[in-house]
Design a protein around this ligand. Structure first.
Ligand code: ASP
Ligand code: MG
Length: 424
């Protein structure tokens, strides 16, 4: 039993869907659970829809029309016959969405968001499943919301692993007696009251990992548009290298610091059951890619994680006393209340400094609340550079013409908050 995950980029158009079929053809007679994300940028579009519906930020129906047209266009090229049942199926699914935005919202935004945004995965899997069946790759479409059970933390559902495992064993395992391939949704789950939840943006990798855990899968493969895990993001670095093998530990560290190649929650369940994770190119499925598995081996090259739009907030008691434990616990509470994630923090005698992503409005509210009790200084437009397995030489190169505002080093990792030197 294997688990495959295909992200939004891999199914962004008809050719992408056809390519998924090509990849699957390389694994004949094998039992595979295939987890698929929403097509292309559909989740972003559905987020817009949720906001249009809830906050009336724009006309919801227009946004929904756009989303529908995008999917129908893909279907036109996958299913030339207008009578193909997929069209009725899609029509019905979109009707559900129209109904969802017809009445006034009854619950909070996060709840409504999940009911709407989750449909991206429902739709993409219906299309891919129908296409695979059409070309003879027999498969069964499964609604993952009946398997992955979460609490009702909407937009960030916490998975009940015990219950999920029971359901997967009871309801999913037997399907493999009749089918080799099952197609299911990433990113979404269900509550005990049968409402839909989502697992957090980019959560489809995590879904693959949850299912692999519950199925005791032999391995998981995340199919991507890059050849594997690279030591830096090609968006920022020109000479990137593919990492052939990575320990679970290093993978957790790298994703924790912000490497976006895999969702940070993905590794832990796999590590617990010692299931290897492959990251491979969906364009070159025969190539090796990266394997993440148990191991002590440290990487022999530095890995870089670079984040822009950072803000450094420095918090000081108004009376110049020390920062004490009770201040810290207050401060953390304010961060958590405003949903601001901390990328780096440092404590000194009279101030506590925190580096986080600059979500302008959230930060403004956070700072205003902190200012009631503390003197707060902040500095925006910064960069955060994290290097795992650094050398002094790499640091020197990276920090040339930079002013370092804050630095933290541990044995293997260095993090620096910096900005460009102003040149005349
Ligand atoms: N479609 C979801 C998102 O874009 C989940 C995923 O792609 O992993 O966030
Ligand atoms: Mg996506």
């Amino acid at each position: 039993m294997q688990v495959f995950k295909f992200g939004g980029a891999s199914v962004k158009d008809a050719d992408g869907v056809k390519n998924v079929a090509e990849v699957l053809k390389q694994f004949p007679e094998q039992k595979i659970s295939v987890v698929i994300s929403a097509m292309g940028k559909t989740t972003n579009a559905l987020e817009r829809l949720a906001k249009a519906y809830f906050y009336k930020s724009e006309d919801a129906e227009t946004v929904l029309e756009e989303i529908k047209t995008y999917h129908i266009t893909i279907c036109r090229s996958l299913f030339p016959s207008e009578n193909h049942p997929v069209y009725t199926e899609l029509e019905n699914t979109f009707v559900e969405l129209y109904w969802a935005i017809e009445d006034e919202p009854t619950q909070g935004f996060d709840f409504e968001y999940d009911q709407i945004v989750s449909m991206g995965e429902v739709i993409s899997t219906k299309i891919v499943s129908a296409y695979l069946n059409e070309i003879g790759l027999k498969n069964k479409w499964i609604d993952v919301r009946g398997l992955i059970q979460t609490d009702n933390t909407y937009r960030e559902g916490k998975v009940d692993f015990e219950l999920t495992e029971t359901l997967v064993k009871r309801d999913l395992m037997p399907v493999f007696n009749s089918y080799n391939i099952i197609i299911t949704q990433g990113f979404i789950g269900g509550t005990s009251e049968n409402f839909t939840t989502t697992l957090g943006r980019e959560g489809s990798d995590y879904t693959a990992s949850i299912l692999a855990y519950c199925l005791n899968a032999k391995n998981v493969t995340i199919w991507k548009d890059v050849p594997g895990v690279l030591n830096a993001d090609p968006k920022w670095f020109t000479r990137t290298k593919k990492i052939d093998e990575l320990s679970y530990h290093d993978a957790i560290e790298l994703t924790y610091y912000g490497a976006t190649v895999i969702h940070p929650k993905t590794i832990k369940p796999l590590q617990n059951k010692n299931i290897p994770l492959y990251v491979k190119s969906f364009l070159k499925p025969k190539e090796e890619g990266t394997v993440i598995r148990d191991g002590e081996k440290r990487l022999n090259i530095p890995s870089y994680i670079f984040k822009i739009d950072q803000v450094l907030i420095s918090i000081q008691p108004k009376d110049f006393s020390f920062i004490a434990e009770d201040n810290l616990s207050d401060i953390f509470e304010v961060f958590s209340k405003h949903g601001v994630k901390i990328n780096l923090m440092q404590l000194s005698a009279i101030s506590f400094s925190v580096c986080c992503d600059d979500h302008a409005s959230k930060i403004k509210e956070l700072v205003q609340e902190l200012q009631k009790q503390y003197k707060v200084l902040y500095n925006s437009g910064l960069e955060l550079m994290t290097v795992r397995y650094y050398t002094q030489e790499t640091i020197d190169t990276l920090t040339a013409q930079k002013i370092i505002l804050l630095e933290q080093r541990s044995r293997y990792t260095v993090q620096m908050v910096m900005k460009n030197e102003i040149t005349e």
